[in-house]
Design a protein around this ligand. Structure first.
Ligand code: ADP
Length: 851
């Protein structure tokens, strides 16, 4: 640095003309040089010079160098800065130029221009006495004060900067070490100033004047900095506050609404915490919840986990940890409720009452889970609902049909996106008490999949030894299910996983007879439908014979669901009529009544209300009550869906009626056989299972071996029935898979009819497994099968002898209408199936039902 080194600048200085920037003594500047004169100066003086003096040039500010060296030199600024060229860098891109790094030494004044070309050279006078700086100017009072003031400002300014930056620390040190006189120039070049201001400082040759001019610049800079720091600080504070409450929060609203929202959220969390603390959850659950709420408080709301945790905590609070309804168990009342709600089902009601009686005697029964098994629509669900009613408990139905994922039962772990608790916990949340009646509907329709076996998850739920600490994956804490009363329903036990079946007590709920259905319809279904449709018994009348018509011609089911639907359809149609009638004038004329009759709405004599008589005061339209007879039935429900087709279908040899059992109840099944020329092949159609196919082979083998005895021949008269003959057996309802051994006797009868050419009696149905030796073995589902035959209007039923005991379950009036043949061997079956018996040695036994 020039200061203190007592440099004397040469009196003749080559001049570098600059326009853009102002170099002040004590500062350094990089400048680009490309005009011809300046380039020349660099080339001939700086690059060629060898001494230190040759690197000293005069930098003239505010004077643009002419672009061509033929142009005249412009007016030069009077005062310039003598500078030391520290570095010269040349480049040819984009055009030849040099970049000079120059350090200002001191001011000078041009006395006389000595030459203009190739670069200007002038005789100069040094203005700042460089050596004088070191001695100081302390003598002058005013200057002293000014410089002191300047120094303070300078210190204040520098201290406002970040002292951790090395350059700032160095500057702070320089402030103390440098002579005060050098400070105005140095600080002016550091602080933010315009070129114009710098030029003024350069022109301020007198030191006092220079101090005076630079102080306002310093003050301005200090104020600017203060302002900047203030806004920065307030922003930082705000940022800090936001971070403290909820970092990363998106600012979408105005600050006021955002604050409000924050407050609200905060309040919510506080509320939630209070709820958790006051809830009666288990100790383990409380611990988990408090931990989670602690996490929640620290979590930004935008985090996906925030909502997840919050939902979890809300569920935990909502769960009925300790809330239960009080059981009001009184067996007599329970019996009345069950009887009132359901007709028939004696066996089921008896067992349910036993179950409830034991519960009454012994609180906290860890008894078996009841499982009602029976065809659809026989009232399994509604008995479950009645049980809840008798106990005064909440009822919740959990449909398990098609559930194939164990997390449906046990919930998803909370790490999953969209995880939820399982159906059991959800059900508890819905009912809000911990001792509801849960009806696990359709446990036989649970499916397995890759996501695990839901039946296995149910095992834990249903096991009284385990379910006091059932752990749902979502909750991840144990919940006591021991107070919940589980009842299961199924259509068949065949598809219930054995381990699950083992935990349950199966109660069979068989289908209903026609008579039972009629009673159910008139006692329960019709009143319920009337109420549903806003009708009264004065407006509609459905005689029992119509109900029977609906049961036989429009439904074919073991339960009463379709019947209920049809009754609903009738009520809807009547509701339209009634509503139309209400719009009519209160006093319609007689012609309308006549029309009404034509429209198949008849009024029976006894049902005719007073209002239809001559009384003028009519409360109801005259055609009330609307009587539903067969015409009306056809009008509303359309043509009958099922006809009594049995006798028609048995008009050819080779057809016999079998009885089948399906989860939907019993069915009658027409087995058909035909023969044709061929190579002795047996064709079976109708989607048969392996067992049924084997029955067909057994039947043929038995017939072939007994062909002579029964005089059965093929088309060419041979006793070898398959000689040049193919047989085709078909089981209708081809779309439904059938299996089981009970069709054995039917196949034999059907083939015997085919080969003998005789017709099977049209009112006989049969069921029974056969053996190769011609014995008839017992089969299952007798009650359902008998009811199906009864529904279809058949009169005689051939069943295996060893199934005799099953007949006791059948209602007496049904037994009275049927004749049962108990067969021990196939001889007996054939004898009973054909009018006048079947040739061959046989023992025929008619069983007239007197059980
Ligand atoms: P499931 O569960 O066996 O499939 P539901 O319990 O849903 O059958 O019964 C269907 C309808 O039939 C219900 O409206 C029910 O009230 C009625 N129902 C069935 N059986 C009876 C009965 N024995 N007495 C009265 N109503 C019955």
């Amino acid at each position: 640095m020039a200061a203190g080194s007592a440099i004397q600048i040469p009196t003749r200085l080559p001049l570098l003309l600059t326009h853009e920037s102002v170099l002040l003594p004590g500062s350094t500047m990089r400048t680009s040089v490309d005009s011809p004169r300046n380039m020349q100066l660099v080339r001939s003086r700086l690059l060629k010079g060898t001494s230190l003096r040759s690197t000293i040039i005069g930098v003239i500010p505010n004077t643009s160098d002419p672009t061509s060296d033929c142009d005249d030199l412009p007016n030069l600024h009077r005062i310039g800065t003598a500078a030391l060229a520290v570095q010269v860098v040349g480049s040819n891109w984009p055009k030849p130029h040099y970049t000079l790094l120059v350090t200002g030494l001191c001011r000078f004044q041009i006395l006389q221009l000595l030459k203009e070309k190739p670069y200007p050279v002038a005789e100069v006078q040094q203005l700042d006495r460089l050596e004088q700086f070191t001695n100081g100017h302390k003598s002058e009072e005013e200057l002293g004060e000014l410089s002191e003031q300047f120094y303070k400002y300078a210190v204040q300014l520098v201290e406002m900067l970040d002292m951790s930056v090395p350059a700032v620390a160095k500057l702070r040190r320089l402030l103390d070490n440098l002579p005060r006189e050098a400070l105005p120039d140095i600080l002016t070049s550091i602080i933010r100033t315009t070129n114009q201001e710098k030029l003024q400082i350069l022109d301020a040759v007198r030191l006092e004047e220079r101090f005076k001019m630079t102080i306002p610049l310093l003050v301005r800079q200090i104020e600017g900095l203060k302002l900047l720091q203030k806004t920065r600080k307030s922003k930082q504070d705000e940022d800090k506050r936001v971070v403290a409450i909820r970092p990363n929060r998106r600012i979408t609203h105005g600050s006021i609404t955002e604050d409000e929202e924050e407050e609200e959220d905060h309040d919510d969390i506080v509320m939630l915490e209070r709820k958790i603390r006051t809830s009666s959850m288990s100790e383990q659950a409380l611990k988990v919840c408090l931990k989670e709420i602690k996490r929640l408080k620290k979590m930004p709301q935008s985090m996906p986990e925030y909502a997840l945790t919050r939902n979890y905590l809300e569920l935990m609070v909502e769960l009925p940890w300790n809330k239960s309804t009080k059981d009001r168990l009184e067996i007599r009342a329970a019996r009345i409720v069950l009887d009132n709600d359901h007709y028939a089902m004696e066996k089921l009601k008896k067992r349910v009452l036993e179950y409830l009686a034991v519960r009454q005697l012994k609180n906290n029964l860890k008894g078996p889970i009841l499982c009602f098994v029976g065809p659809p629509g026989v009232g399994k669900t509604s008995v479950g609902r009645s049980i809840a009613k008798t106990l005064g408990r909440e009822f919740h139905r959990i449909a398990l049909g098609g559930v194939c994922d164990q997390s449906d039962i046990r919930g998803h772990r909370r790490t999953y996106v969209g995880s939820m608790p399982g159906r059991i916990i959800n059900g508890l949340k819905t009912v809000g008490v911990n001792n509801p009646v849960f009806l696990l509907d359709e446990v036989d329709k649970l499916a397995k999949s890759l996501q695990g076996d839901p039946a296995a998850a149910l095992l834990e739920v249903l096991d009284p030894e385990q379910n006091h600490s059932f752990t749902d994956h979502y909750l991840n804490v144990a919940f006591d299910l021991s107070q919940v009363l589980f009842i299961a329903t199924a259509n068949t036990t065949a598809t219930i996983p054995p381990a699950l079946l083992d935990r349950m007590e199966v109660i069979q709920v068989p289908g209903y007879t026609q008579e039972e259905k009629i009673e159910i319809a008139h006692r329960h279904l019709i009143p319920k439908q009337l109420e549903l449709h806003g009708l009264t018994p004065q407006q509609i009348q459905i005689p029992q014979v119509t109900t029977l018509g609906i049961i036989t011609r429009y439904t074919r089911e073991a339960g009463v669901r379709a019947l209920d639907r049809k009754l609903g359809a009738i009520c809807r149609a009547v509701a339209v009529k009634v509503a139309e009638g209400q719009h009519k004038e209160a006093k319609p004329d007689r012609a309308e009544v006549g029309e009404g009759e034509d429209c198949k709405e008849h009024i029976t004599e006894d049902a005719k209300p007073e209002s239809i008589s001559d009384t003028a005061d009519l409360a109801l339209p005259p055609e009330m009550p609307i009587l539903i007879d067969f015409h009306a039935l056809k009008d509303i429900l359309g043509p009958p869906l099922y006809d009594m087709e049995v006798s028609e279908r048995l008009s050819q040899p080779g057809v016999a009626i079998g009885l089948a059992w399906t989860p939907l109840g019993g069915e009658i099944m027409f087995v058909e056989a035909s023969r044709m020329d061929g190579e002795g092949q047996l064709t079976l159609t109708g989607q048969l299972g392996d067992v049924m196919k084997e029955s067909a082979h057994l039947a043929i083998s038995w017939l072939r071996s007994n062909a002579k005895r029964y005089q059965l021949t093929n088309a060419s008269g041979s006793f070898d029935l398959l000689d040049n003959t193919d047989i085709h057996l078909h089981f209708p309802a081809g779309a439904v898979t059938k299996d089981g051994p009970s069709a054995g006797v039917t196949i034999v009868t059907c083939l015997a009819s085919l080969f003998s050419g005789r017709l099977v009696c049209s009112d006989v149905a049969m069921t029974g497994e056969i053996t190769l030796r011609g014995l008839v073995l017992p089969v299952g589902g007798i009650k359902d099968k008998v009811l199906a035959a009864h529904r279809a209007g058949l009169k005689r039923i051939i069943i295996p002898q060893r199934n005799e005991k099953d007949l006791e379950e059948i209602a007496a009036h049904v037994r009275q209408e049927l004749t049962f043949v108990l067969a021990a061997c196939l001889d007996e079956v054939l004898n009973a199936a054909f009018d006048g018996g079947f040739a061959g040695r046989a023992r025929l036994e008619h069983f007239n039902s007197k059980l």
